[in-house]
Design a protein around this ligand. Structure first.
Ligand SMILES: Nc1ncnc2c1ncn2[C@@H]1O[C@H](COP(=O)(O)OP(=O)(O)OP(=O)(O)O)[C@@H](O)[C@H]1O
Length: 714
């Protein structure tokens, strides 16, 4: 079954080159026929020419052999050359088809095929196609043909011997047939292990700074070694099964060889076969046996190819669940605005990330999606970008469902900037003009000027030809974001979508980027996702998400006046002062008074407590607190995000204004969880000893603390 699939797949790939295929097939017929027929010369030489000393017949046989040899050589060269060309063309077509297909996929596709798996399919599996078309299939065709011609000749020479031989050949094929499923399974397993291994290499290379900075080499090595061990186990299994596939037919062939000599010898003794016929028979038998042995050797390669071909077909056959209208409507800009109507969406069957979201986004205004981590704001943005379609309800622009729009038009008029602006390893110019290759130089400059990065680029020795290296690693975070903004602005999109674009930047760069975004207002519809409320106080509309629903909407003032979730989040994020570079933070005494366990402590005492807090600044991936370590510090998150993890499983996410470790202020209790930063994070920490110094001066602090913490721990 899978062998047939390999032939069909390869033929489909080579179909555009059928003329060349026919020529290759004809050449192989000539080559094979010569190799198969030439042993017949022994019969004429040994039985007729040599006993009768017939020089004429001898010269004729020799001449035919030489002429046939010349044809054999010529046909071989022609078929090799054509085959090389057809193979490269077919593999080129396949690679291009795969890239075109992947480029047009939605996010669902990347959830189905992870990065390691895709990389492996695009490299190793495509190489298997290459090997199969250039080597395995022509060899199979050649050997099958040789076997067919050989068998016909053998029947012509001595049918009894030929019949006995066929019975032996069947045995030769039996073992590969029996082992085929097992070989396929072990090969599939090996590929999956390899996918995972490639995935981990990718992860290690991308996360190398975190690994080095965090001294996490031992942890990473442990993971790599576990992966390698699984890969090794799968490798041993697959190598052994394939060795068996090779060895069993070889051994069977040796046995058959002995049987042929025995049976043929008996026929000669009984005068039923001439010596010349026996030599010719045996030479053809050896050559046919060689073909059978070759065929049994290519079977493992065909099984391997079948697995690779299936993995490629899986990618090519994946159909995006995004709706594709037969007659897409044009999109020229946002005139009235967007409307979410009772939208529900889940990344999998079991849970909804958004449920019953109804909201209106005005055209030409700035709308901010805010909410706690996991509330659904980024999901809403991804639906707006049509990375996914809603499972229920609809999203409309100017009254037209996004699913009915031309996706190309929609994307052409949409600019997007993400938190981690991925820059490609090309020039700055190429990065900015990414969505419009060949755009006028003046447009690239205009976009860079609008993103206020033009002057900096001009000051670089290579200007716009400066190479972006290491995916943007040779630029600062702020510069990367400005290049990404310029890239989003190219072609003057009518919709600008910003997903947490300042969350990895220091406060002064964040302020500059926010000011920059402010300058775009009025020209286009802007939708921004942020968890930092201070950056969107001027937004025309703020949409507050909670657990996948819209909790409230309004302007900053309206929402504060309402005293709901937004007001609560605002209160939490307020009361900190942070230096422009983000290295010095301070919490106001009034802010401390809003922490439940400091409630009731006089402001004056809290002010002196606030001076004792120390600023700690970490990149993403830093373990601030380790489970079971002694607890000696209390922390407040000034900005950033941390993950609370128990035994490696995330149990909560804390953000700006949240705090942890308060029990440590009074008691030396071991930490109950790991706290790991997931974004660049600024913390304020207070050591227990410093608090104790303070409580010596103000005993009332200790009383309040003990009382409230006792209640919290109940
Ligand atoms: N790619 C994904 N696959 C599966 N679940 C996801 C995926 N992305 C988000 N989710 C889940 O969907 C829910 C909403 O997540 P979403 O990212 O939209 O929230 P958010 O408000 O933007 O949070 P954050 O500020 O942390 O990004 C969460 O429960 C999250 O775990």
């Amino acid at each position: 079954m899978s062998l047939l699939f390999v032939f069909r797949f390869a033929l489909r790939l080579c179909r555009p080159y059928w003329g060349s295929l026919l020529l290759i097939a004809a050449c192989i017929v000539v080559e094979t026929a010569y190799v198969a027929v030439s042993p017949l010369s022994f019969q004429y030489l040994i039985d007729d020419a040599f006993p009768a000393k017939d020089a004429g017949l001898f010269a004729l046989v020799l001449t035919l052999l030489v002429i046939g040899g010349a044809f054999y050589l010529g046909a071989g060269i022609v078929s090799d050359r054509r085959l090389a060309k057809v193979n490269e063309q077919a593999v080129y077509d396949l690679r291009a088809q795969l890239f075109r297909h992947i480029a047009g996929q939605s996010e669902d596709f990347h959830r189905r095929f992870d990065q390691g798996s895709l990389t492996n399919r695009l490299t190793s599996d495509v190489s298997a196609v290459d090997r199969t078309i250039s080597g395995v299939l022509p060899r199979t065709f050649r050997e099958l043909l040789a076997l067919l011609i050989g068998l016909s000749l053998l029947f012509h020479l001595e049918w009894k011997l030929a019949l006995a031989m066929i019975a032996g050949f069947v045995l030769l094929f039996a073992s590969p047939y029996v082992l085929q499923r097992k070989a396929e399974r072990s090969s599939e397993r090996y590929r999956e292990e390899n996918d995972a291994y490639i995935g981990i290499i990718d992860e290690v290379l991308k996360g190398r700074r975190v690994v080095k900075g965090m001294n996490a080499a031992a942890y990473i090595l442990g993971r790599v070694e576990r992966r390698l061990a699984s890969l090794q186990t799968a490798g041993i299994r697959v190598t052994f099964v394939y060795a068996l596939l090779d060895r069993i037919p070889q051994s069977a062939f040796l046995a058959l060889n002995a049987a042929m000599i025995g049976f043929g010898g008996t026929l000669i003794f009984q005068d039923q076969l001439s010596v010349g016929s026996f030599i010719a028979f045996f030479t053809i038998f050896l050559s046919a046996g060689q073909s059978v042995s070759s065929l049994s050797q290519v079977i493992p390669s065909l099984i391997e190819a079948g697995v690779s071909f299936r993995r490629i077909a899986e990618v090519l056959q994946y159909r995006s669940p995004l709706a594709r209208p037969s007659e897409p409507k044009p999109f020229e800009g946002v005139r009235e605005g967007f409307r979410f109507r009772d939208v529900a969406f889940g990344y999998d069957e079991h849970a909804l990330a958004l449920d019953g979201v109804t909201l209106a986004i005005p055209a030409g205004g700035m709308t901010a999606f805010v909410g706690q981590s996991g509330s659904g704001k980024s999901t809403a943005l991804q639906l707006l970008l049509r990375f996914y379609d809603p499972k229920r309800g609809s999203i409309e622009v100017d009254g037209i469902d996004l699913r009915e729009l031309s996706e190309t038009d929609y994307r052409r008029h949409t600019g997007v900037v993400f938190q981690d602006s991925f820059l490609f390893n090309g020039t700055v110019y190429e990065n900015i003009s990414l969505s419009r290759p060949g755009v006028a130089e003046s447009d690239v400059r205009a976009a860079a000027e609008a993103a206020r990065i033009h002057e900096l680029i001009e000051r670089m020795p290579e200007g716009y030809a400066t190479l972006v290296k290491d995916f943007g690693g040779n630029f600062s975070g702020g510069q990367r974001q400005r290049i990404a903004i310029a890239r989003a602005l190219i072609g003057s999109p009518r919709l600008l979508v910003l997903d947490e674009i300042t969350s990895a930047l220091d406060p002064s760069t964040e302020a500059e980027i926010n000011e920059l975004i402010e300058s775009f207002r009025g020209e286009r519809t802007i939708v921004t996702v942020t968890h930092r409320l201070a950056s969107v106080t001027n937004a025309d509309l703020i949409v507050v998400f909670r657990n996948g629903t819209v909790a409230e909407t309004g302007t900053h003032r309206e929402l504060l006046a309402r005293g709901g979730l937004y007001a609560e989040m605002w209160e939490k994020q307020h009361g900190f002062v942070l230096s422009g570079d983000g290295f010095q933070a301070k919490v106001e005494g009034e802010r401390l008074s809003r922490l439940p366990f400091f409630r009731g402590i006089p402001f004056e005492q809290l002010d002196s407590m606030s001076d004792r807090f120390v600023t700690e600044k970490y990149d993403a991936g830093h373990t601030v607190v380790r489970e079971n370590d002694p607890g000696d510090k209390f922390y407040i998150i000034v900005r950033g995000r941390v993950s609370v993890e128990k035994a490696g499983v995330r149990v909560a996410v804390l953000e700006d204004g949240d705090y942890f470790g308060e029990i440590a202020l009074l008691k030396d209790i071991p930490r109950t969880a790991d706290i790991v930063t997931v974004k660049p994070t600024v913390l304020l920490s207070l050591r227990r000893e410093q608090l104790l110094e303070l409580t010596a001066a103000y005993p009332s602090i200790r009383e309040v603390l003990e009382r409230t913490l006792k209640e919290r721990m109940k």
